[in-house]
Design a protein around this ligand. Sequence first.
Ligand SMILES: *Cc1c(COP(=O)(O)O)cnc(C)c1O
Length: 381
Amino acid sequence: MRQFIPVAEPALVGNERAYVIDCLDSTWISSRGAYIGRFERAFAEFCGARHAIACSSGTAALHLALLALGVGPGDEVIVPTLTYVATANAVVYCGARPVFVDSEPATWNIDPALLEARITPCTRGIVAVHLYGHPADMGAVVDIARRHQLFVVEDAAEGLGAEAHCRRVGMFGDLAAFSFYGNKIVTTGEGGMVICNDDLSAARVRRLKEQGITPGRPYWAEEIGYNYRMTNIAAAIGLAQIERVDWHLARRRANAALYRAALEGCAGLELVGEQPWARHAYWMNCVLLARDTPIERDALIAAMAMQGVETRPVFYPLHTLPIYRDADQERAFPVAEALAARGLNLPSSALLTAEEIAYVAETLLTLVEPQSRLLSRHRFS
Ligand SMILES: *Cc1c(COP(=O)(O)O)cnc(C)c1O
């Protein structure tokens, strides 16, 4: 067993090395080369999308998706407050304003019951996030969006392979964004992907990621674009990862089942499970500390680290960050605040062994339930 068990790590178990060496040997190391198209096609096929457009990060993918939908100054875009900061930043990059919504207690995702109260004449759309790999309730979100003629973007950075209502996430909304950062389910080091079915949106995303240059007319730009390209080397890694995506997802699922078996029934902890309509991708295994545990969350994280186990606090709700605090002063987001105060992520890499998971669970239980653990040890010894 390892001395240090990380929260996340890349699992480079397939053709990654061979494909990267092929890039080096061929000198196709920049943002042209065969691997980009191959990765895009393989990814589109996995998602059941007509188009997949590779780009430089998940944040760039979100920005491109919102730009393709025409988001601009004066617009409002509804986002969950409990998410990674990039979700709201991409809205701000467009000159628009993020409007926050609280979480559902069961899934931690944007609460559809609170959505309509946040819609104003300036609202253009909703970004739903599949937080930690549990899908958002896309049936309800899409329903509300259609009724109010709003777009839906899925921030699927953490949700690759998750399913809602037996359909893989990414194709519920108008466009979806994925991230391939080093800790994500599939990684390219840094990278992202936009997927959609609409030909015009796809063309717009492709143009915007290439400086707004008109296709077929080199150096001619009719709008301000960006350099959001992915390199062939990154795509080579991504292709190797997506070739083995079923292995990655199965490993995560098996690990989550081991955590559940080891931790279920512990009075001090609540495990975040799967809703009946959902298939969790288990980017992160999350637990919520009960209110009366003898140890506070941040002290628990420090104590786990002393035992060689890395854990992470849940994201800060965005309305509590200095950059977003003023945007929504009036509002209370009690669910997200409670989850953020008492939630943590356990090591969730696809490479974890059963022995490592047992050690993480045992370390956690000993800290969270010192009394009952001592009793049970006594009873069985
Ligand atoms: C990782 C992540 C992003 C951003 O992806 P990068 O590739 O790091 O830019 C966006 N949204 C969520 C929910 C994420 O977890």
